[in-house]
Design a protein around this ligand. Structure first.
Ligand code: DLL
Length: 442
């Protein structure tokens, strides 16, 4: 069989909602929002209780800004309602369940009706298309399948777009490489750190990661930086775009990035209404452009309508570009619960990634270790980072010093830097754990 050529990126047929005006979009949001708050109030006891306690009623939502009068929903609410207390439809109407384990406490369980699954697939398809993927392309899906929304969510979207899906899931990196070489996919869907693992393993096998058939990568599920995008694009000779989402709100595809602008993910605002709040004073809704915590309200979900869900993700809203009516989100700096507070200074792993990747001798493989040395009251941060293969011992010593200085200048924290051998740190299989907190528990 001859290799088919795939159409270039400029010829995509967009959903009508991707091209409507901001005014039309906001009118749609308002009517959908009015429906959703009434629907949630009538069908989910938790929402009725919370709205009543808060002294608001669905009829108070007359314009979009009235949303700020309604109470927030948190992960804790979902945990307390475990397993199905947040569902707004009887169980026989729930076509699928997903759950996230979380590191502490009960899992948060989410459900989808058939229509929810169709909407989800449509939005993932929209995101993939924005990122350059086209019908007829072969898509290697390395997001984990199972209760995690990444695998099946991306799968449904790629199928809905009309792609040939290769459902490899995460892990078994050697096998991934064999299949990439044999099946010749056009696009890969993975977490950024797992794509890095794949590229790294290719190099170990003597395969040039830039020589594969892959042209596009759609990456998400964990924070990543522009520096990491550059690293992956150059190493793999691909275009890498962001996809964002979270299980409580839907899964991947809440927002997706356009390959022609690569300037942050467009939030699909015909299905989700975003807000940014002050993480320290949640009663304050911030203006576009201001940094804070991202909050979402679903506009079309049936099984699990979600009102003002506090994501804990820190970012800002920016005007739409490639899809003008849909606002973009800035890169996620981190999650408020992943923030390291080191001797009074706030720090996120993505800041270290940004700084380290600008130092040519250092690789993107790093971990942050927090300790409190015996008898000391001060916490210590050690950045453990692999050197690049090509670097000499002298090169490493000066790179470590530069990293330490740059962290001091840009973040404001003193830290120790330990440059380790290539391949010595644990590799990602999906969402990578960057922080190792060894401090004694209070
Ligand atoms: O990670 C859904 C997903 C799967 C998104 C595949 C994209 C691709 P959860 O496991 O519920 O769902 O984790 C959601 O992951 O609140 C963010 O903190 C983080 N996250 C997801 N996408 C991005 C991204 C999936 N593009 C949590 N950039 C979210 C930064 C992201 N962080």
């Amino acid at each position: 069989m001859t290799q088919e050529t795939v159409a270039p990126t400029s010829d995509a047929v967009l959903d009508r909602e991707e091209t409507i005006s901001r005014d039309e979009l906001e009118a749609l949001q308002l009517s959908r929002l009015q429906h959703t708050v009434a629907y949630a109030y009538d069908r989910v006891p938790l929402y009725k209780r919370k709205f009543d306690e808060h002294g608001v009623h669905p009829t108070d939502l007359r314009e979009l800004s009235d949303l700020g009068k309604f109470p927030f929903t948190t992960k804790e609410d979902l945990r307390l309602e475990y397993p199905f207390g947040m569902f707004a439809v009887p169980q026989h109407e729930v076509a699928r369940i997903h759950a996230s384990s979380g590191t502490t406490g009960r899992a948060t369980v989410v459900g989808y009706t058939k229509k929810d699954l169709a909407d989800w697939a449509k939005l993932v398809a929209r995101s993939l298309r924005a990122s350059g993927v086209r019908p007829g392309m072969k898509v290697h899906n390395a997001y984990g399948y199972g209760l995690f929304t990444g695998g099946l969510g991306a799968h449904g979207g790629a199928e809905a777009l009309g792609c040939t899906v290769i459902p490899i899931s995460g892990g078994q990196t050697e096998r991934q490489i064999t299949l990439i070489q044999d099946f010749k996919p056009d696009a890969i869907l993975a977490t950024p750190t797992y794509l890095l693992t794949i590229a790294d393993a290719m190099m170990k096998q003597g395969i040039d990661p830039a020589s594969t058939s892959l042209k596009y990568a759609v990456l998400g599920a964990e924070p990543w930086t522009e520096e990491m995008r550059h690293e992956l694009e150059v190493t793999m000779n691909i275009k890498a775009c962001d996809i964002y989402g979270l299980s409580e709100v839907m899964g991947p595809g809440v927002a997706g990035e356009a390959v022609e602008t690569q300037d942050g993910s467009h939030i699909w605002e015909d299905h989700f209404r975003p807000e940014i709040i002050d993480a320290f004073d949640p009663s304050v809704v911030l203006d576009d452009g201001a940094h804070g915590e991202l909050v979402f309200t679903s506009l079309t979900k049936e099984a699990l309508p979600i009102i003002r869900y506090r994501t804990k993700d820190l970012t800002r809203l920016l005007p739409g570009t490639a899809r003008p009516a849909h606002r973009r989100m800035g890169r996620i700096t981190g999650r408020s619960d992943d923030m390291i507070i080191l001797r009074g200074v706030n720090l996120f792993p993505s800041q270290i990634e940004e700084i380290a990747l600008r130092i040519p001798e250092l690789s993107p493989h790093f971990q942050l270790e927090l300790t409190r040395p015996e008898g000391q009251r001060m916490d210590q941060l050690t950045v453990r980072i692999e050197r690049r293969e090509s670097v000499t011992v002298e090169g490493v010593a000066s790179a470590a010093k530069v990293l330490q200085q740059q962290i001091k200048i840009h973040v404001g924290s003193s830290c120790a830097v330990d440059v380790v051998e290539p391949g010595s740190l644990e590799r990602s299989n999906g969402k990578l754990r960057r922080i190792y907190d060894m401090r004694p528990k209070a």
